[in-house]
Design a protein around this ligand. Structure first.
Ligand code: ADP
Ligand code: TZD
Length: 560
């Protein structure tokens, strides 16, 4: 619409996108600027939306995904076209895989040129590229459709099983103008984007009947249970039934890890021997051996609480599916059960307790050794002991050995405080997740990172310093992927798994005004971590780990 046609005030796509986001309570965006979205970031800032500017869209996307997981609102990642979009798409795919709500908004080039493949600046058919990796993908072509486009993205990201949504914003759309009153009237707040999905009472009754008959029941809590924010109901249900529970890694802290019913330290035993297993927001995927023997008993019967009906029966027949949102399901279970109905056999509880005690003693023996150079046990025990004085702290964890040992040794005491490599076992999420946790909560974060894992997004320490975030990055520096002692027997090139020996990652953060620490033994590590946490400033600890301490592929040897 030209100015001559309308005497009224005009608005444009930039303003309408920002207004639509504000109407839907977006308070923060994560991204990298450039053509055609730089002004969108500026305008967002001018309208009270924080724009956290990253050095790479992959990390910005991971941050958005973690923000979504923590807040139950879609995290927003803003990128430029083609390569910026593709970087963001990695994180969008990861968000969809992990069931985190996220919206990737990317500027795109001239449609006509893209469609005829005539070679525009950063030309790519982004909508088509996003589709296979997103829960949903939309393009907005007209300014009067921005309200609907944003609403479609919100609803798709949040409703049912959460996931990643792509929203394509062509350069032309952002620049096109429309009568301001007409534009404003087209925007709206999405009503109940994630409505309760109450499971049927008969599905709850069926599950309760199965639990009543069970002799050796087990509850498995997944990150869906953490996401659902039904913490009180979950705890009440678990404590009322007395059933041992196993937290998947990101469900750690839903109940404190020192809870007497936690069966984490008897994992193999409970999986192998449970006769009824109740999955709450956890998929029976590779992380649970697909529910198959020898990890599981062939006779085990399953209850599965999940919002996605399609998930049910994906690997083993599910005897009692409860399809609905976890909060409603827990409320339903609590309402329909009676005291004393469900009673795991005392022998089962005793067996689990005995195994826990035995395994805890074994681990304790390893943790008691103070090795120099530090191995994973010494370094993680030291970190665990310092964090015992900071029980509500966020812990981000990635790597292979760093992750596998970290999961077992670092105890969590509060829900949604642990963020890690997740369903894909992806490296490079750490700094993005840490930044989102600090930004969304204002609280301190410790990121325990393998040196390889750190390297994927290491430049984001500049982002951490620029925004002065209370994040302490601990780099487990063993000179390589898995181990640092590999040799190449075929040429003079370094072996594929090794990095520069004796690197000083602590010096990197000093370049940006953060505090670097170098620790070669547990006493130095402990003092550095205490000091860094007390300062609540950006810090990086170069934690030297014995290059021979790790195992190839960590705990996933059999996948190699
Ligand atoms: P983990 O890796 O911790 O075992 P998964 O990511 O495999 O957990 O499983 C999470 C499950 O939780 C998914 O199947 C997802 O559909 C489900 N889920 C996510 N949010 C909810 C919710 N609010 N209510 C019910 N189920 C949910
Ligand atoms: N690329 C991506 C994106 N994700 C991956 N998981 C990998 C590559 C392969 N990979 C792993 O599965 S773990 C790992 C890689 C490269 C790094 C392990 O080394 P680390 O940790 O230094 O991070 P440890 O403690 O030395 O094992």
């Amino acid at each position: 619409m030209s100015k001559a046609q309308s005497s009224a005030k005009q608005t444009d796509g930039f303003h309408l996108v920002v207004d639509a986001l504000k109407m839907n309570s977006v308070s923060t965006m994560y991204g990298v600027v450039g053509i055609p979205i730089t002004d969108l970031a500026r305008l967002a800032q001018g309208n009270g939306i924080r724009f956290i500017a990253f050095r790479n869209e992959v990390a910005a996307g991971y941050a958005a995904a973690a923000a979504g997981y923590l807040t139950q609102r879609p995290g927003i990642c803003l990128t430029v076209s083609a390569p910026g979009f593709l970087n963001g798409l990695v994180a969008l795919a990861n968000a969809t895989t992990n069931c985190f709500p996220m919206i990737l908004m990317s500027g795109s080039s001239e449609r006509e040129i893209i469609d005829l493949k005539q070679g525009d600046y950063e030309e790519l058919d982004q909508l088509a590229a996003a589709r296979p990796y997103a829960k949903a993908a939309f393009r907005v072509d007209r300014p009067e459709s921005i309200g609907i486009g944003v609403a479609r993205a919100f609803r798709a990201a949040l409703s049912g099983r959460p996931g990643g949504v792509y929203l394509d914003l062509p350069r032309e759309l952002l620049h096109s103008t429309i009568d301001e009153a007409v534009g404003k009237a087209s925007l709206f707040t999405v009503e109940a984007p994630a409505p309760s999905q109450i499971p049927s009472p008969d599905s709850i009754a069926r599950a309760l009947d199965l639990l009543k008959q069970a002799e050796r029941p087990l509850i498995i809590l997944g990150k869906g249970a953490a996401y659902a924010q039904a913490d009180e109901q979950m705890r009440t249900f678990i404590e009322a039934t007395g059933i041992p529970y196993l937290p998947m890694s990101m469900a750690k802290g839903l109940l404190p890890d020192d809870h007497p019913q936690s069966a984490a330290a008897a994992r193999s035993l409970v999986l192998e021997n449970a006769d009824v297993a109740m999955l709450i927001g956890a998929r029976l995927n590779w992380l649970l051996g697909h529910g198959q023997p020898p990890q599981w008993s062939p006779d085990c019967q399953f209850i599965q609480v999940d919002i996605s009906a399609e998930e049910v029966d994906s690997n083993r027949p599910i005897a009692a599916p409860i399809v609905g949102d976890i909060k409603s399901a827990m409320n339903g279970l609590l309402a329909m059960m009676h005291p004393g109905d469900i009673e795991p056999r005392q022998a089962w509880r005793d067996t689990v307790s005995a195994k826990k005690k035995q395994n805890a003693e074994k681990l304790q023996a390893k943790l008691a050794v103070d090795s120099v150079p530090m191995d994973y046990f010494t370094a993680l025990r030291t970190i665990r002991d310092v964090l015992a004085g900071h029980k509500g702290i966020f812990v981000v964890n990635e790597g292979a050995n760093t992750l596998d040992n970290g999961r077992n040794i670092l105890d969590m005491y509060e829900p949604r405080k642990r963020l890690d490599s997740g369903t894909w076992g992806v490296m490079g999420v750490g700094l993005g997740y840490a930044i989102a946790a600090a930004v969304e909560s204002g609280s301190p974060v410790v990121a325990v990172e393998g040196d390889s894992a750190f390297g994927f997004s290491g430049m984001e320490i500049e982002t951490i310093c620029r925004y002065q975030l209370p994040i302490v990055v601990i780099v487990f520096n063993n000179n390589g992927v898995y181990r640092g002692d590999d040799v190449n027997n075929y040429s003079t090139d370094p072996a594929p798994t090794v990095f520069t020996k004796g690197s000083r990652y602590d010096k990197l953060i000093e370049a940006f005004g953060g505090t670097g620490y170098h620790a070669e033994d547990s006493a130095t590590l402990s003092a550095a971590l205490q000091q860094a946490l007390n300062a609540r400033r950006p810090a990086l600890i170069n934690c030297v780990i014995d290059p021979t301490a790790g195992t190839e592929s960590g705990h996933l040897k059999s996948f190699n």
